[in-house]
Design a protein around this ligand. Structure first.
Ligand SMILES: [Zn+2]
Length: 372
């Protein structure tokens, strides 16, 4: 095992979630749980040489399905393009976008800024001439070979052009205990120092950056070729200093306590409800819930079923468990005493849509409180 960025063998285990089911396949509810359903190790390593946090190993071969773009992502894209334009970085005539399985494209927003976009080449994966503006919004973390991925983006960026690279910040992940950001298929988790090293190896450097609240902390970097006349702005030095601890294995390893703590709190909460004779269901069969349910070792005795608005998931079950997925209407009909919300952000939306369940919603904060 060597680093996906620098090739060094100095990898330190930062977070180990054990064997977790692949989060993109929800088996039919009637199909019995297979022993080999949960045999995909999920762990994060930190390279002691270049400081990149990365997926330790991935034996899953399935592709992440293109998701529906959430409104928060669309709003942030609009905000980001406006800020980049206002800072004078949207110059040039051509743009090329490296796509992301999470969906979302900035091409239309750039067209509104009078930048010509070539849609035929943008997402084809074929070699095309370099562009003045190269976009990568949550795309590059899906590349197993990080060194090669940065080289490809450097090659796609014209002389005097800019590479706009947006990622979920490792500092936000660590400081907010977002251990669930670790996923099969997500090969890299960036801090600015590690990113600078990756860019440098590809003949580029970060010249400036902007920060956003999306996902608790999202960074957009403008990178240029190393010999570009534009200076490196002070914000880069500041952000490198802020992120310095994120290249230390002990700092990133705090995620382990966050993961173990959340799984233990959830399990203990569910056992207390069960002992009190209360029926608990859950809402939201998102990928992140798959890892949480596996880590907490849940089954249908603790969680009656999980409701999800996605019709494609209904009639199926949570991978690695015997917990079936039902529709929101079925959830209401089941009359649960408590409904654990796997994504706290959904509370305003689901409580408005399912008024019959008022007073029964339970979020993470609530579970962490021992009196619950
Ligand atoms: Zn490395």
């Amino acid at each position: 095992m060597t680093c996906r960025a620098c090739g060094a063998a100095t990898l330190h285990r930062a977070l180990d979630l054990g064997a977790v089911p692949a989060a993109d396949y929800f088996p039919p509810a009637e199909q019995p749980v297979h022993a080999d359903e949960s045999t995909h190790p999920l762990a994060m390593d930190l390279c002691g040489t270049c400081g990149l946090a990365q997926l330790a190993d991935d034996d899953t071969v399935t592709e992440e399905p293109r998701g529906v773009e959430p409104q928060a992502l669309k709003d942030q894209a609009r905000d980001a393009v406006a800020r980049v334009a206002a800072s004078g970085w949207l110059t040039g005539e051509t743009v090329r976008e490296f796509g992301s399985p999470h969906g979302g494209s900035w091409l239309e927003l750039l067209e509104q800024c009078d930048v010509t976009t070539d849609r035929t080449t943008a997402d084809s994966g074929q070699l095309v001439a370099s562009a003045d503006i190269v976009l990568d919004c949550f795309g590059i973390m899906h590349e197993p070979d990080q060194r090669a991925a940065f080289a490809a983006r450097a090659e796609a960026t014209a002389r005097g052009g800019v590479l706009l690279l947006q990622y979920h910040s490792l500092a936000a992940i660590v400081e907010q205990g977002q251990w669930n950001a670790l996923r099969h298929g997500h090969f890299a988790y960036y801090s600015l120092p590690a990113l600078q090293r990756l860019l440098a190896d590809a003949g580029m450097r970060a010249a400036t950056a902007w920060q956003f609240d999306l996902y608790g902390g999202t960074t957009l970097v403008a990178a240029v070729h190393a010999d570009d006349p534009r200076p490196t702005e002070a914000v880069i030095e500041q952000m490198c200093a802020d992120d310095a601890a994120m290249t230390e294995p002990a700092t990133v390893a705090q995620l382990q306590a966050a993961a173990d703590g959340q799984a233990a709190a959830l399990r203990s909460y569910l056992e207390r409800q069960s002992a009190s004779g209360l029926r608990v269901f859950a809402y939201g069969a998102a990928s992140r819930a798959v890892a949480l349910f596996a880590l907490a070792g849940l089954d249908h005795r603790l969680v009656g079923a999980v409701a999800d608005a996605s019709a494609a998931k209904q009639g199926r079950r949570m991978p690695g468990t015997d917990i079936s997925i039902i529709s929101p209407d079925e959830l209401v009909a089941a009359g649960p005493d408590r409904v654990v919300l796997t994504l706290s952000d959904l509370l305003p939306e689901v409580s408005a849509r399912l008024p019959a369940l008022a007073g029964r919603w339970v979020t993470d904060d609530w579970i962490a409180t021992p009196t619950g």
